[in-house]
Design a protein around this ligand. Structure first.
Ligand SMILES: [Zn+2]
Length: 430
């Protein structure tokens, strides 16, 4: 008989993310990192060594999934100053602590959408080994950028810094090489951009896409052939539509999408990751005063367009998963539950739909739905036991103290907002 003890979460009200319903008085049994049994409380066969958590009266739902963040960034309001004062090695530690903030806030899986080369693949392995408490990590490495559209107006010393963060590629062969190289370095998905960005320099346009159709198709073919999905940063319509038509899997931001873009995304099954928290962070007075006038104007336009267009997209039926761009200026780690609240208050989701967006829809968006996103036999044991029911009040997701336990890989990692998991040092994981 195996000496692996089972974890039993007993008699909870289970949120079935597949149907959007609550099933009362359900028990979940996990062994190792896997759910091995789900059913009516009392009808499972007890084992002497079972670790039993009483979840009666509590709501049990799948660990939430954050589809767009940057773990190495801390939300500093002065990015240039922070960059100049941060030695590259320090980003490893920032990434770990930010990953832990995400875990504590109920996100047991996060997708990192661009970092310095090497940091995320290493962190993913360390977290998979259980060396530290932290969420499951799906990671790009550095992003692949189109030539010239994502302008970096920096001194020469910082251009070198930027090159470690994203790589400019042009031409079909160059694109294919970049994707294979990223796979080799440990990326598990590809992050690219089909428009300029809000903060990427005054000349960085959000309104057009520089990639040729051949390059876009090459990105999709090569990434999918290597079992990696593709996320495209896209604010303007041209970049949103081109990425969707080329078969990319997720559109990040989607600020200036119109009804035609929404129809294309519905037809292609493309997910929208709204990241409204990013724009909200940027339009704060503290940040606005640090920006040149053109960037201020661009920021205000993006913020107001997102609010209108994401609501339109949802109403038409575009699939949406939760992502915040946490780490960008004024957008701090640990607040991703607020994006689900925004989906209810501003986009028009019901609390049930918002919790589905944060669980099963997130899993589908990032190709993880065979492993996570719902509480079923055979899936990984990532779950939250909450004292309050987020379907009655979605703002429950904003306060980690509501979660009595957060379990990842079958291990209780967080209790009442505090990390209680430490790696067993007598059993080195590697
Ligand atoms: Zn981002």
């Amino acid at each position: 008989m195996s000496d692996i003890k089972r974890l039993v979460v007993n008699s909870g009200n289970l949120f079935d993310s597949l149907t959007g319903t609550i099933k009362e008085n359900q028990t979940i049994v996990s062994k190792g990192n896997q759910i091995v049994w789900v059913g009516e409380a009392g009808s499972f066969e007890k084992e002497e060594t079972d670790q039993i958590i009483d979840a009666s009266g509590k709501t049990v739902f799948p660990g939430m999934i954050e589809c767009h963040l940057h773990l190495h960034m801390n939300g500093e309001t002065n990015m240039e100053r922070a960059t100049l004062r941060t030695k590259k090695d320090m980003y490893h530690f920032y990434s770990l602590v930010n990953a832990q903030k995400q875990l504590v806030s109920g996100f047991t899986c996060v997708r990192d959408a661009g970092s310095f080369t090497g940091i995320m693949p290493s962190l993913r392995r360390i977290l998979d080994y259980g060396v530290f408490a932290g969420p499951r990590l799906v990671n790009s490495d550095k992003g692949i950028w189109q030539w010239g559209n994502q302008e970096e107006v920096y001194p020469e010393s910082m251009i070198a810094w930027a090159r470690e963060h994203h790589q400019v590629v042009a031409g079909v062969d160059s694109v294919k090489h970049a994707i294979r190289d990223l796979k080799f370095r440990g990326a598990t998905f590809i992050k690219t951009a089909t428009t300029g960005g809000v903060l990427h320099g005054m000349e960085s346009k959000v309104s057009f896409s520089l990639w040729t159709d051949e390059e876009l198709i090459a990105i999709r073919e090569e990434a999918h052939r290597n079992d990696m999905h593709i996320a495209s940063h896209a604010h303007g319509k041209a970049g949103i539509d081109k990425a969707t038509i080329a078969g990319f899997d997720t559109i990040e931001h989607g600020s200036f999408m119109d009804e035609e873009s929404a129809d294309l995304m519905i037809k292609n099954g493309t997910y929208l990751i709204p990241t409204q928290m990013a724009a909200m962070g940027l339009v704060s007075p503290e940040l606005m005063k640090t920006m040149p006038p053109e960037v201020q104007k661009k920021t205000i336009e993006v913020d107001s367009a997102m609010k209108i267009n994401h609501k339109m997209a949802f109403e038409k039926g575009v699939k949406i998963a939760i992502g915040t761009d946490a780490g960008t200026p004024g957008n701090y780690h640990g607040n991703s539950g607020t994006e689900a609240v925004i989906m209810v208050k501003d986009v028009g989701m019901t609390p049930t739909q918002a919790l589905q967006a944060a669980t099963i829809e997130g899993a589908k968006a990032i190709w993880m739905d065979e492993k996570i996103g719902s509480l079923e036999k055979g899936k990984l044991a990532d779950l939250i036991i909450s004292n309050k029911n987020p379907l009655e009040d979605i703002t429950v997701l904003q306060n980690p103290k509501n979660f009595s336990q957060i379990i990842k890989d079958g291990k209780v990692m967080v209790e009442k907002g505090v990390i209680t998991y430490f790696s067993p040092i007598e059993k080195p994981p590697i």
